[in-house]
Design a protein. Structure first.
Length: 329
């Protein structure tokens, strides 16, 4: 039986170092797949892993040392800008903003480095490579800066990766969430095709399979997310999907990871992919006994930042163990 392979790529956030940023969305997608009778409701972790696997690319440690040096230097210099009294009043908000800018801008600048961008893209390729010639369906789910990483990786690989070209491989789906890809097209050093110009119409190759999709999820309150459908109309087939993830910009930008509507769109496509690669919604020995009566909400989720859910990079669980822990199987 061929398997659905889901690969998550995070955006700008320091917290991903210590917890599984994709945990909530993984659980939502799995529950939707149970509803759609792709996964039997009584399946154990080993059986689920035959149908769908969830993996993550965590590049958050890249550039972390330099970022910490900058934060420490700013900490020692902050008194030049803000007195102790100012820190106790509204000016303290500016201090917090400066710290957030250091964290977010440093990640972007690190990725702008040709060396480090190649290293980060290699992390994505290493996750995809085992499935290139297997017949499995590979879907990329990426957030914020991670969507830029995903786009660049796919763009370079469909055109120039010999393994991909030899096996005529492309990922089945690309799902981008809260994506600033549009802003990155302002980089005039990037190839014309990446900027979506009309001149590139004959130069690009599709990023995903012809029977797959590129869904770009965005919320009106998320000021980092931008539509792509018109911008890329002469280069790539992408569909903008507006969802409601939060009522303020910060919550809206992070809220895709726990949004049931996003999970539903993704799971709906995964069901079609599973039918295509296997010819049925479930294997003969994993026939669903009925449709699970579940409607996931935020209350279904255990706080991934809690002590119970800390995941150390050097102690990452294997796929089956992770499924057991995430889904209480």
């Amino acid at each position: 039986m061929n398997t659905l392979r889901i690969i998550f790529i995070h955006g700008i956030t320091p917290t991903v170092i210590s917890w599984d940023f994709s945990e909530r969305l993984s659980k939502l997608i799995l529950k939707k797949l149970i509803q759609y009778q792709v996964v039997p409701p009584d399946a154990n972790a080993e059986e689920i892993a035959q149908i769908v696997t969830f993996e993550r690319v965590n590049y958050s440690m890249v550039g972390e040392d330099a970022e910490q040096r900058l934060l420490q230097a700013y900490e020692q210099e902050a008194d030049k800008l803000y007195s102790f009294a100012a820190r106790l009043n509204r000016m303290a908000g500016l201090d917090k903003i400066r710290r957030q800018i250091i964290t977010s801008v440093s990640d972007v600048l690190v990725y702008k480095s040709e060396y480090w961008s190649r290293e980060i893209q290699k992390m994505v390729l290493d996750k995809i490579e085992p499935y290139i010639a297997t017949g499995d369906s590979v879907s990329i789910v990426s957030h914020s800066l991670g969507s830029v990483v995903a786009f660049d990786t796919l763009y370079e690989s469909v055109g120039h990766n010999p393994k991909w070209k030899d096996d005529d491989f492309r990922p089945t789906n690309l799902f981008t969430m809260g994506s600033p890809i549009a802003l990155f097209t302002l980089d005039l050093e990037r190839e014309p095709a990446r900027r979506g110009s009309k001149a590139s119409e004959e130069q690009h190759e599709p990023l995903v399979r012809d029977d797959g999709v590129w869904y770009n999820f965005l919320d009106a309150q998320d000021v980092i997310a931008y539509p792509l459908q018109i911008l890329f109309k002469d280069a790539f087939n992408v569909e903008d999907i507006v969802v409601q993830t939060g009522t303020n910009p910060r919550k809206a930008h992070d809220g895709y990871w726990e949004n049931a509507e996003v999970a539903d769109f993704i799971a709906g496509r995964l069901k079609l992919d599973f039918l295509r690669i296997n010819g049925t919604g479930a294997s003969d020995d994993l026939t669903p006994t009925g449709l699970a009566d579940v409607e996931p909400t935020a209350s279904d989720m255990i706080d991934p930042t809690s002590e119970h859910h800390v995941v150390k990079e050097d102690e990452a669980p294997d796929e089956v163990s992770l499924l057991k822990r995430l889904f209480d199987l």
